[in-house]
Write a protein that binds this ligand. Structure first.
Ligand code: SF4
Ligand code: SF4
Length: 294
């Protein structure tokens, strides 16, 4: 890392995926190396599955005074593969920077989605996390990809922050991080011709002067307009052979999108299921399994 420079990182994830923890661990590791570092999140709807942002600033030798969100990052990290087509993740990414994505797709395939002048690094962090951690929470795994693609921190500097954060589980998290380091594939994207512009759907929210006093909601049932089903990268699958039709999954579902079918078994509505996995966690007979894909 060059003297006098501040590297800015933007993490894109979803509530429950640990983007905020990733940013914290990155900052703690950088501070252990004697660098100056910041980590902070930015939330929209504070719900599991909702898109969230987290930011880092890291400087080798200069105290960091700026406190605003990162809009022109040097590095962008995407924890959820589905966000690549939903949000303009490379918005403001500086030339010469790096985009690091958790995806099952190859670098060559994913390259077709972007234009610019930066490095693309790809790793199937979900597969690594499922195998080594037993859950699709890729925050620590993606740290390995960050280190491989940028070298902004050293792997060893993560040992203590991981131990403090995860205790007995730090060993498997460290293993996942190391595995991602080895499996991250990289390539350079250099597009000199006219840039392919993607259009992203932006939710139209009311302006400040259009909100009612106290932000009262008078439009009853308006949540049905927001199909949170496009938030998910995993969906639940039911095994009716072990389901006892207790209905607990439907009670815990935060979207209330699980309903009883005419045969007494339960299913989710894919337009509103956001893939949070709470139903699978709460089902006491383990009749629900979260599987990749929407
Ligand atoms: S919680 Fe599990 S056992 Fe109960 S209805 Fe849902 S899937 Fe079936
Ligand atoms: S059906 Fe399951 S995974 Fe989908 S939103 Fe409800 S609790 Fe979450």
């Amino acid at each position: 890392m060059e003297k006098g420079t501040t590297i800015e990182i933007r993490w894109h994830g979803r509530g429950g995926q640990g983007a905020v923890t990733s940013a914290e661990l990155t900052a703690l590791a950088a501070m252990r190396e004697g660098k100056y570092a910041q980590a902070f999140p930015s939330f929209g709807p504070e719900r599991r599955g909702a898109p969230v942002l987290a930011f880092n600033r890291i400087s080798q030798d200069t105290p960091i005074r700026i406190r605003s969100g990162v809009v022109k990052p040097d590095i962008v990290i995407v924890l959820d593969p589905g966000l690549v087509t939903l949000i303009n993740v490379v918005d403001g990414l500086k030339p010469g920077g790096a985009l690091i994505v958790n995806s099952t797709r190859s670098v060559d395939d994913l390259k077709q989605e972007f234009s610019g002048d930066w490095k693309l690094a790809v790793v199937n962090a979900s597969a690594i996390a499922r195998e080594l951690l037993g859950v699709n929470i890729v925050n620590t795994t993606m740290l390995g990809a960050l280190i491989r693609a940028t070298g902004i921190i050293n792997m060893e500097s993560l040992t203590e922050p991981l131990a403090e954060k995860f205790g007995a589980r730090s060993k498997s998290n460290f293993e996942a991080c190391n595995r991602a380091f080895k499996e991250t594939a990289q390539d350079k994207i250099t597009t000199t011709g006219p840039k392919k512009q993607k259009s992203f759907q932006a939710e139209k929210l009311p302006r400040w002067n259009e909100l009612l006093v106290g932000c009262a909601v008078t439009d009853v049932g308006n949540t049905k307009r927001f199909c949170t089903g496009d938030w998910k990268s995993e969906h639940p699958e039911w095994n009716d052979a072990v389901c006892i039709q207790c209905g607990i999954c439907s009670i815990y579902c935060p979207e209330a999108c699980i309903s009883e079918q005419s045969d007494g078994y339960f299913r989710s509505n894919p337009f509103f299921c956001k893939g949070c996995g709470i139903c699978a966690q709460e089902c006491w007979t383990k009749a629900i399994k979260m599987v990749e894909g929407s």
